[in-house]
Design a protein around this ligand. Structure first.
Ligand code: EPU
Length: 302
């Protein structure tokens, strides 16, 4: 989708929003899949309500793209523009055991920043790719840690009220890879409360998690992490592996031969290839185990 109205372009520019025309979203996702659309870079959070109002008034559909590490985006010319909060570095500030982190900051960078200040607890999250906001929205977790456990406050643009609000952590539900945020809410900033821990101890924990991750996950290939959520009491990866599906392909989309819940783009896979592979694997698991696997990856169709 292209923004062609000059008056709208001028109003967006006056709000400090940068318009990047015809951006390939394949370059903004860890799967390297995604079509083309205009991208709006919003540098000031306060501008978001007005940007949303202007786009709605002009009838321009829009979606917020974070780190792009857990999303599968359609091919071709996309029917919506993409909004993005550019990363600020470090985007983190610490006061005692309280940490304010910008949603656009890198999750691993935030964990390291805190570790250097003797604040731990999130060692398991160090290798999870993506932004703090993305991790927050889906309550990312690994190796016994989930980000939601440490959340005390969240600044969020709420689609329901069309305004920026600050929510208390205990007003938000954090479940396994799921939160009570609305689908169109936009994470802006979070305050975490982290336990004090000596840097050396945190580093040792990070090392253990990194080794486990390196041993079991295809970290140097293009993926969106795990494709499916684990069903209660079971492991999607183990089931897919037991069915002998490692290496199964649809075009350039392939079930990783290292971890069967990672689907990798081995070259120039399309969204259609990846969706076919997801559907094929889901069907086979359903037939053999009677379990309907639920996507962890977010799919943006046209
Ligand atoms: N397994 C296999 N074959 C495989 C993959 C796994 O037999 O191809 C077996 C393993 O040997 C193990 C069990 O399945 O006995 C569980 O595997 P693993 O420890 O890798 O954990 P997982 O349940 O597959 C989850 C998260 C990961 C997270 C790891 C470590 C989900 C969907 N996945 O994977 O998170 O890194 O635990 O805590 O919850 C993600 O969410 O994108 C993700 C990568």
């Amino acid at each position: 989708m292209r923004i062609n109205y000059n008056s709208l372009k001028e109003k967006l520019a006056a709000l400090g929003v940068e318009l990047r025309p015809g951006v390939s979203l394949a370059e903004h996702t860890s799967l390297a899949i995604g079509g083309t659309t205009d991208m709006l870079l919003i540098r000031r959070h306060e501008a978001i309500p007005e940007v949303m109002r202007l786009l709605d008034e002009a009838g321009i559909p829009h979606r917020f793209l974070g780190g792009g590490t857990n999303v599968l985006i359609d091919d071709g010319e996309l029917a919506w523009v993409v909004l993005h909060l550019p990363t600020v570095t470090p985007g983190v500030s610490v006061e005692g055991n309280s940490v304010w982190a910008d949603a656009s900051s890198d999750l691993g960078g935030m964990v390291t920043y805190c570790a250097k200040r003797d604040l731990g607890g999130m060692e398991g999250l160090i290798g999870v790719p993506g932004s703090v906001g993305g991790a927050l929205r889906m309550n990312a977790g690994a190796y016994g840690t989930q980000i939601g456990s440490y959340v005390r406050e969240v600044e969020v643009y709420r689609a329901a009220t069309r305004d920026i609000e600050t929510l208390r952590g205990d007003a938000i539900r954090f479940d396994y890879r799921h939160t009570s945020f609305g689908p169109d809410d936009v994470m802006l900033r979070v305050r975490l409360e982290l336990p004090s821990k000596p840097f050396k101890e945190i580093l040792a924990g990070i090392k253990v998690c990194n080794e486990k991750r390196r041993a079991s996950q295809p970290l140097n290939q293009k993926s969106a992490g795990c494709i499916f959520k684990n069903p209660p009491g079971a492991s999607a990866g183990r089931m897919i592996d037991e069915l002998g599906l490692k290496g199964l392909r649809s075009g350039d989309a392939m079930v990783s031969d290292r971890h069967a819940n990672f689907f990798v783009n081995t070259g120039s896979a399309s969204c259609a290839d990846m969706l076919k592979l997801i559907a094929d694997v889901r069907d086979l698991v359903q037939k053999s185990y009677g379990i309907e696997l639920e996507n962890e990856v977010i799919v943006w169709r046209n």
